[in-house]
Design a binder for this molecule. Structure first.
Ligand code: SAM
Length: 237
């Protein structure tokens, strides 16, 4: 070790299929002395699972446990995680922080970045996001020509979702989970339910694509994409 602090590599590991890891992500993963990843309080880390074939070589691993349930932002957990990463970086170890999808697209990394970026060198390695993966799975164009695209968390209040839908030609609704029925009601009110496609666990062996109207339940790793049909339902009303 040189006496210099270590570098934090925030590595986007993609939506699920290890083949969607970038060459840079793999290089940084192999270089790091320590590997860290978010994990639910009592379960396996999805991000770690994506790159498991390149781990298990004796390197120290830090599981960052977050409460993955609705509620306020887990500030204490972020502080604790940032302190654990800072300890390794302070000792001069480069740390690979695994981020499912892309680190800067609704990633828990964003909260850690805010805590560590001023003190340590941080390199963000972009990853294939769930947005790209789900659009590919459903073969839906996200935007072309002069169109606009919105990404809306299903966790928002129905009236907020409705307002955000009004401003875009195509909308991706993320964090669907237990908000499935609420989202369906909003889309139905706007005459958009028929245009909505449901995508679950994109790029994994359990990937499923179906009309949103037909989905029985939605796991955490699911989203809906709605591409507004041309004609009388077009926005601007
Ligand atoms: C906290 S966000 C993380 C997004 C991630 N950083 C990315 O770039 O895709 C989690 C949400 O992303 C979506 N998501 C992530 N991976 C997915 C997948 N493989 N299939 C469908 N949706 C996915 C779901 O809507 C999920 O609730």
């Amino acid at each position: 070790m040189s006496g210099e602090p270590g570098r934090l590599f925030a590595i986007g590991v993609g939506p699920g299929d290890p083949e969607l890891l970038t060459l840079r992500a793999l290089r940084r993963l192999r270089e790091a002395a320590v590997v860290a990843y978010p994990a639910p309080e009592g379960g396996e880390s999805f991000a770690r699972g994506i790159v498991a074939q390149w781990l298990g070589d004796g390197r120290p691993e830090i599981a960052i446990r977050f409460p993955m349930r609705p509620g306020p932002s887990p500030v204490g957990a972020y502080d604790t995680a940032a302190a654990a990463l800072a300890a390794e970086l302070g000792r001069g170890c480069d740390v690979a922080l695994l981020c499912q999808g892309d680190p800067l697209f609704y990633g828990s990394f964003i909260a850690l970045f805010a805590r560590l970026a001023g003190r340590f060198q941080v390199e963000v390695v972009p990853g294939v996001s769930s947005l790209s993966a789900c659009a590919a799975a459903a073969a839906i164009p996200l935007a072309c020509g002069g169109e606009s695209l919105a990404v809306v968390p299903a966790t928002l209040a129905p009236e907020v979702i409705e307002r955000r839908l009004a401003g875009a030609d195509t909308v991706a609704i993320v964090k669907l989970g237990r908000h499935l029925e609420k989202v369906r009601r909003v889309l139905s009110r706007l005459g958009l339910l028929e245009a909505a496609v449901y995508i679950e666990r994109a790029t994994t062996p359990r990937e499923r694509v179906a009309p949103l109207a037909a989905a029985a339940a939605a796991p955490y790793f699911s989203m809906a994409i709605v591409r507004r049909p041309p004609g009388p339902t077009a926005r601007g009303a």
